[in-house]
Write a protein that binds this ligand. Structure first.
Ligand code: R2B
Ligand code: URA
Length: 306
């Protein structure tokens, strides 16, 4: 498995390994409702240093508002944050100072489209030294709901650190590599005074919420509770502490373009105890802010803010 030399990520421009992109006279980032000829991407986005991605559009608006507050960035009273895609994009996109918050939907097909266009956006805008974060939700393994897991390694449902895609009829496997320093630095942003636990662990990403995550409560299920528990226990014994749907894609694609990235997700349920998500809406609303609390502290530190 390749290891990351964090130094090489420091301030190099975003590397797009696709040679065809260099020859294009126009690049339409269709799902972001942005383009190289229709928008001045360097002036709109050139100062970005941090990108937070997460599943739901509404949560990413809250992330952006939270970052504005945490970084003392004024949003004039009565002014809403600007959703840059103006409802024409498939994803919600907000910019507050050096931070971009963008939604990715559920699962890897949706995330992968967003990541391709995000990387090209950062490249066309001339951004350097960008760090990515996925802030999300997940099911935990053996953790109190509301705990935050910082991913040390992302695994497929085969429990392998690999992201497999079918490209031109062949299976192409890309390694899932996350920058260890960024994960450790994010762990260092947890405080003993936090009202929640933050743990480091492996993250398993499935392509489905029900059967691929070993749930018994989907519309279909042809395995027993013992089968389910044996699978979850095998994952737990390998160090898996949470299950979600995007970390493998995030890790493999960000590594392929040499961007540093980290994943922090809050657990909504302990999958060793059950499948249904039954916590109150109020609790879950508060829990979902937790990953971005750590990321905001990381960003403040990296910007040299006290
Ligand atoms: C976590 O939550 C979503 C499924 O409910 C999915 O996007 C994920 O990774
Ligand atoms: N998201 C998931 O993918 N799985 C869970 O169990 C909870 C949230």
């Amino acid at each position: 498995m390749a290891t990351i030399d964090a130094g090489k990520y420091k301030s190099s421009p975003i590397h797009i390994p696709n040679p065809h992109v260099q020859g294009m006279t126009e690049d339409v980032l269709y799902h972001l409702a942005l383009g190289t000829n229709s928008h001045d991407l360097p002036s709109m986005f050139g100062d970005l240093k941090f990108v937070c991605v997460g599943g739901s559009p509404r949560r990413m608006e809250k992330v952006a508002l939270y970052m504005a507050d945490a970084l003392d960035i004024d949003i004039p009273t009565g002014m809403a944050l600007n959703n840059i895609g103006h409802g024409k994009a498939r994803y919600a996109i907000y910019k507050v100072g050096p931070v971009l918050a963008i939604s990715h939907g559920m699962g890897r097909p949706s995330m992968s489209i967003m990541m391709h266009e995000l990387f090209k956006l950062l490249h066309h805008a001339g951004c350097t030294g960008v760090t990515l974060f996925r802030v999300g939700t997940c099911g935990g393994l053996g953790l109190e709901p509301g705990s935050v897991v910082v991913t040390e390694e992302a695994l497929s449902p085969l429990l392998q650190p690999s992201y497999d895609q079918i490209i031109l009829g062949n299976v192409v496997s890309r390694p899932c590599v996350l920058d260890k320093d960024t994960a450790n630095d994010l762990m260092g942003c947890a405080s003993t005074e936090d009202e929640f636990a933050t743990v480091k662990g492996k993250t398993m990403s499935a392509d489905d919420f029900y059967e691929e995550q070993g749930r018994l409560d989907g519309a279909l299920c042809n395995y027993t509770e013992d089968d389910k528990m044996a699978y979850l226990k095998r994952a737990h014994d390998l160090g898996v502490r949470n299950i979600e749907m995007e970390a493998v894609c995030f890790a493999a694609l960000s590594h392929a373009v040499q961007l540093k990235g980290a994943v922090a997700c809050v657990t909504l349920v302990d999958r060793l105890k059950g499948d249904q998500i039954t916590s109150s809406a109020k609790d879950m609303e508060e829990w979902q802010m937790r990953p971005q609390k750590l990321v905001a502290r990381y960003i403040r530190k990296n910007l040299g803010l006290p």
